[in-house]
Design a protein around this ligand. Structure first.
Ligand code: ADP
Ligand code: MG
Length: 685
C-alpha cells in the first residue's frame, strides 16, 4: 500500500517517462492524479456503426487501418489512415479516412494493420467520409482476450491529454493508483454519502460499470467541490461579521431633506432596500451587502441614500464605477441632487480630479471614481461606506482588497444581475442580498425585434422617423475580436456612413480608443440632446443614462453575448417614450438566433442570465474577471440549483456545529487557506 499523498517521485511503481510527464503536467501526488476525472467516456462494449454520411455529433468507431500514407502539399504535410469497419477479423463495408495535418510524428503512432478506436465528427469531403484529427487509440492484441481489460469491452475513461503519455497509459496509471493507494489517504466522503467511501466514488468515476454510475459519481464530486466553495463563503462571511465596523446612520437629517427634494416617490423596492441597508449600517459589524437590480431599476438613488447616511454620521463615502464614463455620469448625477443639500462631492479618476466645492470648505464628503480609487490609500481620511457599482466588472479579489483600508468600512455592491441566481450563491455567497425587483413607474415599453438581413434603407428610414419625433438613437457596433484597433475602425467607418444617411442630423461617435475627455465631451453632447444619434461600440454598455434615447440599432447582434445585449438594451426605455431595440443579424448561425430570440421574448434580467448560463456555460458567462470560477472542475453542474443548495446547506450546518472548523479534515482546511491567499491579492500597481 502507498499513501495517496506520497510524492510521485518516491513511487517505485512509475517509470521515469511516466513520472516526468506527470510532473510536467503539474501533478505531484497520486491523489491529484485521481482527482482529475475523465473528460468523457467511451462505451467500448458497443461501438457506433460506420456512418455513411457526415455526422453532426462525434462517433466512436472500432476498425482496422487498411492503408496509410504521408502526403505533402503546398501548405505542409499531412498523414492519412484509412480505417475499415470490423475489428476482430469480421470486415464490414464501412470505411473512414482519418487525417492529421502538420504532425510529423503521427505515422509512428498509427500504421497499417493496426486495430484502432477513433473518435470524432465525420465530414463529407467530395464524397469521402473523413475525420480530421480524431482522438484515437491503438488496440493491442491482448486487449480483447484479457478478461477484465481496462481498455476494451467496458466503459473506458478518456482523459485530458498529457504530453508524453498515451490515453491507455493514463488509464493504467490511474487504475494502478486505485488498487495501490491506502483508501484512508484518499479522503473522506462527504457526510451525505457516508455509506460509500470516497475511494469507491473515485472507482466509479474512473472505471464505471454504467454511464449512470459515472454520472452519479461525477455529481458527487461536483457536490464536493461546491461544498468546498460554500464552506469558504460561509467561513468568510462569519469572519467578516467578527470584524469591527462602525455604527452609522443614527442621524437621518440629510436623508430626510434628500427625500423631500426628490420630484418623484421612490419605488417600494427602493424603499425596502434602503431600509435593509440602514439596518445593516446601524449594526457594529460591517455591512457586506449586494444590491441586485435590473438595468434601470434605480440603484443609484439607493446608493445615494446610503451615502448620505454615512455623511450625516460625519464620515466619507466612496462610489466606484467600472468605467470613466460611468464615474463622470455619477458625478454629474450626484452633484445635481446633492449640491443643493450642501454636500461636498469630488470626482477622482486617473485622468481627472474635480470637486464640486471650494477646497477651503473642507474635505469632500462623497468621492466618486473608478476602481483605481481602491489603491489610493491617501485618499480617504475617514471612510465609512464604499459603494461598488456594476460589480460584475470587478473581481472578487478587488472586492476583498477593500478590507485593507484600515477600519473595515461598510460595503455595498451593486450589480445589474447579468448573473444567474445559482452563480450569485457562489460568487456573492458571503453577501446579504437586497433585490430591486420593481422598475420606476412611467417607463415606456421596449419593443425588441430580431431582423434577419434587413435592408439598410428600411433601417435608416426607421431611425429618421424616430429622430424626427424628437428622440435620440444609439447605433451600436460589436467589438471585433482580432485586434483592438479594428474595434474602433468598424465603428468609425459606420460613423461616416451614418453621417451621410442622416445628413440633416448631428451624429456622434464614441469608442474605447478616444481619450477620456473626448469621451466625456461626446457623452455630454448626446446627453444634452445636441447629438441626435450616437454611433458606438460597447463602451456604453453599463450605466449610461439618457432618458430621451429611445432607439437602439444593434449591428451584427449575433456577435454580442446575451447578457451584454440585455445590458445594452437597458440604455433605452429609460424615459416615458416607447422604445425600440432592433437586433440586426445575418441569421446564419442557429445558436445565435436562439440567443436573440430570448431577448425578443424576455426583458427579465434574471431569466436572460439563466438562459445565458444554459446556452454558453459559466466560464463564458463570467469571463476571466471572476477568476476563481473558471477553474472549477465541474462548471457544467453550476446550472444545477439543487446541487448548489445542497452544498450550501451542508456547509452552513458544518459551520454551525463547528464554528472554528477544528473538526474538519485537513483537505478542507487547506482549501480555505488557499482562498485566504486569494483574498489578499490586490495585485495591481
Ligand atoms: P440602474 O439601476 O440601472 O443603475 P439608475 O439608478 O441609473 O438605474 O436609474 C435609472 C433612471 O431611473 C434614472 O434616470 C433615474 O433618475 C430614474 N429613477 C430612479 N428611481 C426612480 C423613481 N423612483 N422614480 C422615477 N424615476 C426614477
Ligand atoms: Mg447604475
Amino acid at each position: 500500500m502507498i499513501s495517496a499523498r506520497d510524492e510521485l517521485a518516491t513511487l517505485s511503481q512509475l517509470a521515469v517517462r511516466d513520472l516526468e510527464a506527470l510532473m510536467a503536467a503539474g501533478y505531484r501526488t497520486p491523489a491529484e492524479v485521481l482527482d482529475h476525472l475523465p473528460k468523457r467516456y467511451e462505451d467500448r462494449r458497443r461501438f457506433d456503426s460506420f456512418p455513411n454520411q457526415a455526422t453532426p455529433i462525434p462517433v466512436c468507431l472500432r476498425g482496422t487501418v487498411i492503408d496509410s500514407k504521408k502526403q505533402f502539399g503546398r501548405g505542409g504535410g499531412f498523414y492519412e489512415a484509412i480505417v475499415m469497419d470490423g475489428g476482430g477479423g469480421v470486415f464490414g463495408s464501412g470505411k473512414i479516412t482519418c487525417r492529421w495535418f502538420n504532425m510529423q510524428f503521427i505515422h509512428k503512432l498509427v500504421a497499417t494493420g493496426q486495430e484502432v478506436v477513433v473518435y470524432g465528427k465525420v465530414k463529407d469531403f467530395n464524397g469521402r467520409l473523413i475525420i480530421d484529427h480524431p482522438e484515437f487509440e491503438v488496440l493491442r492484441e491482448d486487449d480483447a482476450e484479457e478478461s477484465g481489460s481496462i481498455h476494451l469491452e467496458r466503459i473506458v475513461p478518456i482523459y485530458r491529454n498529457v504530453a508524453g503519455l498515451a490515453q491507455r497509459r493514463l488509464r493504467e496509471i490511474r487504475h494502478g493508483f486505485l488498487l495501490q493507494c491506502d483508501p484512508g489517504t484518499l479522503g473522506a466522503a462527504l457526510e451525505l454519502d457516508a455509506a460509500m467511501p470516497r475511494v469507491e466514488m473515485l472507482r466509479r468515476a474512473h472505471f464505471p460499470e454504467s454511464m449512470e454510475q459515472a454520472q452519479a459519481a461525477r455529481r458527487h464530486f461536483a457536490l464536493e467541490e461546491f461544498f468546498g466553495i460554500q464552506l469558504n463563503v460561509a467561513w468568510r462571511r462569519s469572519r467578516h461579521q467578527e470584524r469591527n465596523g462602525r455604527v452609522l446612520g443614527k442621524r437621518t437629517t440629510l436623508l430626510g431633506r434628500f427625500y423631500k427634494s426628490l420630484p418623484f416617490d421612490l419605488t417600494g423596492a427602493q424603499k425596502r432596500s434602503i431600509h435593509e441597508i440602514v439596518a445593516d449600517m446601524r449594526e457594529p459589524r460591517p455591512m457586506n451587502r449586494l444590491l441586485q437590480g435590473d438595468v434601470g431599476a434605480g440603484k443609484t438613488f439607493v446608493a445615494m441614500a446610503a451615502m448620505l447616511l454615512a455623511v450625516d454620521s460625519g464620515c466619507q463615502a466612496a462610489l466606484m464605477a467600472p468605467t470613466q464614463i460611468l464615474a463622470e455620469q455619477h458625478y454629474l448625477t450626484f452633484r445635481r441632487w446633492l449640491e443643493p443639500l450642501g454636500v461636498r462631492v469630488a470626482l477622482r479618476t486617473a485622468n481627472r480630479d474635480e470637486t464640486s466645492h471650494d477646497e477651503r470648505e473642507g474635505d469632500p464628503q462623497i468621492i466618486i471614481g473608478t476602481h483605481a480609487l481602491l489603491y489610493d490609500d491617501e485618499l480617504f481620511r475617514d471612510l465609512g461606506l464604499v459603494v461598488i457599482d456594476e460589480q460584475h466588472k470587478f473581481g472578487v479579489a478587488q472586492r476583498a482588497s477593500l478590507i485593507r483600508l484600515g477600519v473595515v468600512p461598510d460595503v455595498l455592491v451593486m450589480t445589474a444581475t447579468p448573473i444567474p441566481r445559482t452563480l450569485t450563491m457562489t460568487i456573492y455567497g458571503d453577501l446579504d442580498v437586497s433585490l430591486l425587483d420593481e422598475k420606476p413607474p412611467g417607463r415606456g415599453k421596449i419593443i425588441t425585434g430580431v431582423r434577419v438581413g434587413a435592408k439598410q434603407s428600411d433601417v435608416t428610414a426607421f431611425v429618421k422617423e424616430q429622430l424626427s419625433a424628437g428622440r435620440q438613437a444609439y447605433l451600436v457596433y460589436p467589438l471585433v475580436e482580432e485586434s483592438a484597433s479594428l474595434k474602433a475602425e468598424s465603428a468609425t467607418e459606420a460613423f461616416e456612413k451614418w453621417r451621410k444617411r442622416l445628413s440633416s442630423r448631428e451624429v456622434g461617435l464614441i469608442h474605447g480608443k478616444l481619450r477620456p475627455e473626448e469621451k466625456e465631451e461626446v457623452m455630454r453632447r448626446f446627453r444634452e440632446g445636441l447629438t441626435n444619434a450616437l454611433v458606438s461600440t460597447t463602451v456604453i454598455e453599463v450605466g449610461v443614462d439618457v432618458p430621451n434615447a429611445s432607439v437602439m440599432i444593434l449591428h451584427h447582434a449575433e456577435r454580442f453575448g446575451l447578457a451584454q445585449l440585455h445590458q445594452l438594451r437597458g440604455r433605452i426605455g429609460r424615459g416615458e417614450h416607447k422604445s425600440y431595440c432592433v437586433l440586426l443579424t445575418d441569421g446564419k448561425n442557429p445558436e445565435a438566433m436562439e440567443k436573440l430570440k430570448v431577448l425578443e421574448q424576455s426583458s427579465d434580467g434574471f431569466e436572460i442570465a439563466e438562459a445565458d448560463l444554459r446556452l454558453r456555460g459559466p466560464g463564458n458567462v463570467l469571463g476571466t474577471t471572476q477568476s476563481g470560477l473558471t477553474d472549477l472542475r465541474f462548471p457544467d453542474f453550476l446550472a444545477d440549483t439543487a446541487l448548489l443548495r445542497e452544498a450550501r446547506e451542508i456547509a452552513d450546518r458544518i459551520l454551525t456545529e463547528d464554528p472554528q472548523l477544528d473538526g474538519i479534515h485537513r483537505s478542507l482546511a487547506e482549501l480555505i487557506q488557499e482562498d485566504a491567499g486569494m483574498m489578499d491579492l490586490p495585485g495591481t500597481a
